[in-house]
Design a binder for this molecule. Structure first.
Ligand SMILES: Nc1nc2c(ncn2[C@@H]2O[C@H](COP(=O)(O)OP(=O)(O)O)[C@@H](O)[C@H]2O)c(=O)[nH]1
Ligand SMILES: [Mg+2]
Length: 609
């Protein structure tokens, strides 16, 4: 049995190392989903445990470490001395306060094979073949007032395969000790010693017998039939059993020190050692799996969908407000914009009409061109560009708008978005950093860009329409381009006809020259009126179109950026979740492989349910 189980443990070592490597890499990686300090510490502890177990399992013959744990004065040191058959541990009479942990081990074990936590203890070797694979460790009192002592104990505990929980009649169930037991019981084998048994039995004792009381409490913790030894350690120090060289007589009825020794020497066979080791590893894996499960990020896909919908509403409102603010900034420049639109269309006309429109617009918008030159304080803090330059103009508008409200609005809105996301199931901590970074983007430039694009589109849509409107406009332009010239020419021809063909012929007068010019001018004016009626240019119409498009454009821009934050974070968290699940699967694989091969050794009583 032992020969088949040994490869089991040694095969386990590399698997544990691999898990340790994965765990450390996971801990070192950056996590979007936060990990609490406590969780991190506990995972780091588990990584060292994996390392320790891997080391321990790699040995030819795995060593079993049995640690004596208990409160001050219960007799741990005395018990170890009794086990050793002589004074090796500092029992209280020798050095009551400074107590280094004592390690009692077989001389064949090279000290460098001992776990680092043990190498710094007081070492006492022996040559007892029955204890060859076992290391007994006395520890500082768990209720010691000296913090350094408690620290020493906490450093040794992880090494323990079996904890021998020692109590005495007055101290077997102290709060500290019991808490430590509850904390460790999932991970280690436990056996119990009730020392000073001689004191438990004295006739004056009232209430429940301590051993029965302890058994009852252990039962409540799932230890149905725990190993409990009642001992009088002091007695065996005074009368070492080896010296008796025969069947020693217990000092009082029911004393079980001999049974304890028998269990340690014979009860824990090699098979049990390996079973305990294997069990220790599976407990460790279980603990690791549980901890990984606790830190596993939730699936945020559904919450993200809800948040997306809620955000869309808010971002839509924001886009609307920003549009209104931007357009209000634009309002005072109505004339300039109309001028700009008019000049854009004027370019489509040729000949006389082009000249006429140019002159007309110049006269009509004198104010606006004039205004370009004078700084006009008081009306608005928007600076009008020196030359008529639409791009620079809108940029200035949006810069002003931005200075007024928009940047701070955006910050406030981002906070609202974060709170909304939090209530819908995406924790604040996940989104705040990238969302705030998005709020800090150069939105002024983005707004300006949007305005320029929209104003250009509206202008193009107006000056170069598509569909039937396009042909309608073409027709009007064609008529407007030709009719004034033609009517002037017709007038000229008519006059010539009057001079030459008409009988009696008309006499030439200087004023006649003005007639064709007059006709041209009148036609130009009539055509201009026709143009104005058929292709109207009104600020309200431009503004409405502008509002619609800018609103849509800004909404898209805002949604694009903020939704990206949501997508990025959910994808990242999802991939962290996958990683976590994969790791859990690997842990599970090792654990079930181990479970299949775990021995049916008689170790069940060392573990609670
Ligand atoms: N009556 C009685 N006293 C004991 C027994 N074992 C140890 N003691 C005494 O208990 C005191 C504390 O023992 P010690 O081993 O130093 O306790 P530790 O603090 O747990 O290491 C010593 O004075 C021992 O003589 C026992 O079985 N019966
Ligand atoms: Mg002691």
């Amino acid at each position: 049995m032992a020969s088949t189980s040994e490869p089991l443990l040694r095969t386990l070592a590399p698997a544990l190392r691999e898990l340790e490597r994965r765990l450390r890499a996971w801990l070192d990686a950056k996590h979007r989903y936060p990990l609490s300090t406590l969780q991190r510490a506990s995972l780091e502890g588990l990584a060292s445990d994996l390392d320790r177990q891997a080391d321990a399992l790699q040995m030819e013959q795995p060593l079993l470490t049995i640690v004596l744990m208990g409160g001050t004065g219960v007799g741990k040191s005395t018990l170890l001395n009794a086990m050793a058959g002589g004074a090796i541990a500092n029992a209280s009479f020798a050095r009551p306060t400074t107590r280094d942990p004592v390690v009692y081990y077989h001389h064949s074990i090279q000290t460098n094979r001992l776990d680092p936590a043990l190498q710094f203890c007081k070492l006492a070797s022996h040559d007892r073949p029955n204890l060859e694979q076992k290391i007994l460790v006395d520890t500082p009192d768990l209720d010691s007032n000296d913090l350094a002592n408690r620290e020493k104990l906490m450093r040794i505990l992880p090494v323990a395969d079996i904890v021998l929980y020692v109590g005495s009649q007055e101290k077997y169930h102290d709060k500290l000790g019991w808490e430590l037991f509850l904390e460790q019981r999932q991970r280690r084998a436990f056996a119990f010693v009730l020392n000073k048994w001689d004191r438990c039995l004295h006739p004056g004792a009232v209430g429940m017998r301590p051993d029965e009381d302890l058994l009852r409490d252990l039962k409540a913790e799932g230890f149905a039939s725990p190993l409990l030894f009642r001992t009088c350690a002091q007695h065996w120090v005074d009368n070492p059993p080896v010296a008796n060289n025969g069947a020693p007589t217990p000092p009082v009825e029911g004393e079980q020190f001999v049974d304890l020794m028998h269990w340690l020497e014979m009860g824990i066979t090699r098979m049990e050692v390996e079973a305990i080791k294997a069990r220790g590893v599976s407990q460790l894996l279980k603990h690791l799996a549980e901890t990984m499960d606790a830190v596993c990020p939730p699936d945020l896909t559904e919450s993200a969908e809800r948040v997306r919908a809620a955000w869309s509403r808010q971002l839509g409102d924001e886009g609307d407000t920003v549009t209104t603010v931007l357009l209000n900034t634009l309002d005072p420049y109505q004339k300039e914009i109309e001028h700009h639109f008019a000049s854009a269309r004027q370019k489509h006309f040729t000949g006389l009409m082009a000249w006429y429109l140019h002159t007309f617009n110049k006269l009509r918008y004198t104010g606006s061109t004039l205004r370009d030159q004078i700084p006009f304080a008081g009306r608005s803090n928007v600076k009008t560009p020196q030359e008529w330059d639409l791009a620079r103009f809108t940029e200035a508008c949006s810069a002003a708008a931005s200075e007024q409200h928009l940047q701070s609005r955006l910050k406030a809105m981002t906070n609202r978005l974060l709170i909304e996301a939090d209530t819908l199931g995406i924790p604040l901590g996940l989104l705040s950093e990238p969302a705030e970074a998005t709020a800090r983007l150069d939105w002024r430039a983005r707004y300006a860009q949007a305005m320029i694009e929209v104003i250009t589109t509206v202008e193009r849509g107006w000056s170069q329409p598509t569909g039937p409107r396009r042909w309608f406009q073409k027709g009007i332009i064609l008529v407007a381009d030709w009719v004034p010239g033609l009517s002037g020419a017709s007038m000229g021809i008519f006059l010539l006809w009057q001079y030459t063909m008409l009988v009696p012929a008309r006499h030439f007068e200087l004023m006649d020259l003005l007639q064709p010019l007059g006709v041209v001018l009148i036609t130009l004016v009539i055509m201009h009126i026709v143009i104005a009626l058929c292709l109207p240019l009104r600020w309200q119409v431009i503004r409405t179109q502008f509002h619609e498009r800018l609103d849509k454009r800004l909404r898209e821009e805002l949604e694009q950026h903020y939704h990206q934050v949501l997508t990025d974070v959910t994808t990242e968290v999802l991939s962290e979740r996958r990683q976590n699940e994969n790791f859990a699967k690997e842990i599970q694989e090792v654990a079930s492989w181990l479970a299949e091969r775990e021995q049916a050794a008689s170790i069940v009583n060392l573990y609670g349910k």
